[in-house]
Design a protein around this ligand. Structure first.
Ligand code: OAD
Length: 231
């Protein structure tokens, strides 16, 4: 039986594809206040601002290309049973070749009904405008999990992590819960790697079998994948 690898990724893995991370730009995200554009309260207050913001993010993601970190993770599937759990809403893991990707915080390429969250539509790179409605007649919104909302895939994700033989974290500040808590579901015996340009070394070294690789995603992931493919 193949060994199971679970990978948790965040904005840092897409940074080298030209997609801006959340934290690190003076609290602003592409010039916007995160809580105004990525929270359920922000949506109720100013839906047009939120739609415009995600329309821009969707266009950015459609123009971006997967980088070496995405494609190297996909290569692991030749030898391992791999699940990617990403906090990212872009589709660069899928376009990089990974076949099992859980999007904890939703997907830019999907719109959903504001009345019934089961009504989800693939919209590709298209914009959502005020007045665009679902088949029941209610406004469409991005299928993104915002601050103030439940993370429906959390249970599936924590189960996946708890089954991991090898657990890899790439490019996340681990500041946003509940996603950050996934780290603690990995078995003590699992080999663990964190790849980040600015990892929280002190915190990470408290986790058993954690290898800290302070490097950018493309280089750090290539190094770990090389080791795992030859090991
Ligand atoms: P953050 O922006 O909080 O963290 C990005 C991490 O990537 C940081 O630890 C950086 O040091 C690291 N980093 C930056 N460039 C890198 C590179 N080239 N290679 C490796 N690492 C790099 O992003 P997330 O942790 O993903 O949620 O943020 C989590 C959630 O907060 C997001 O999913 C989003 C956000 O608000 C929602 O929108 C609900």
């Amino acid at each position: 039986m193949k060994q199971k690898i679970v990978v948790l990724t965040g904005a840092g893995i897409s940074a080298e594809s030209g997609i801006q991370t959340f934290r690190g730009a003076g609290g602003l995200w592409n010039g916007y206040n995160v809580m105004e554009v990525a929270s359920i309260d922000g949506w109720h207050k100013n839906p047009k601002l939120v739609l415009d913001f995600y329309n821009l993010r969707r266009a950015d993601a459609a123009n971006a290309q997967p980088n070496l970190a995405h494609t190297e993770l996909a290569r692991l599937e030749q030898k391992y049973d791999v699940t990617i759990i990403t906090q990212n809403v872009d589709d660069l893991h899928e376009r990089g070749g990974s076949t099992k990707v859980l999007h904890l915080h939703g997907k830019l390429r999907e719109a959903r009904s504001t009345q019934n969250e089961q009504l989800v539509y693939d919209i590709g790179a298209n914009a959502i405008e005020l007045g665009d409605i679902c088949e029941m007649g209610s406004q469409l919104r991005p299928n993104i999990v915002w601050f103030g909302e439940m993370v429906p895939l959390m249970e599936t994700a924590s189960h996946e992590v708890s089954q991991a033989d090898i657990f890899i974290i790439v490019g996340t500040s681990l500041l946003v819960y509940p996603a950050a808590s996934l780290v603690h579901y990995a078995p003590k015996t699992a080999q663990k790697y964190i790849i980040d340009i600015a990892p929280d070394e002190r915190e990470m070294k408290r986790i058993p079998n954690m290898h800290v690789i302070a490097n950018k995603a493309s280089l750090g992931v290539s190094q770990v994948v090389e080791q795992l493919m030859n090991g």
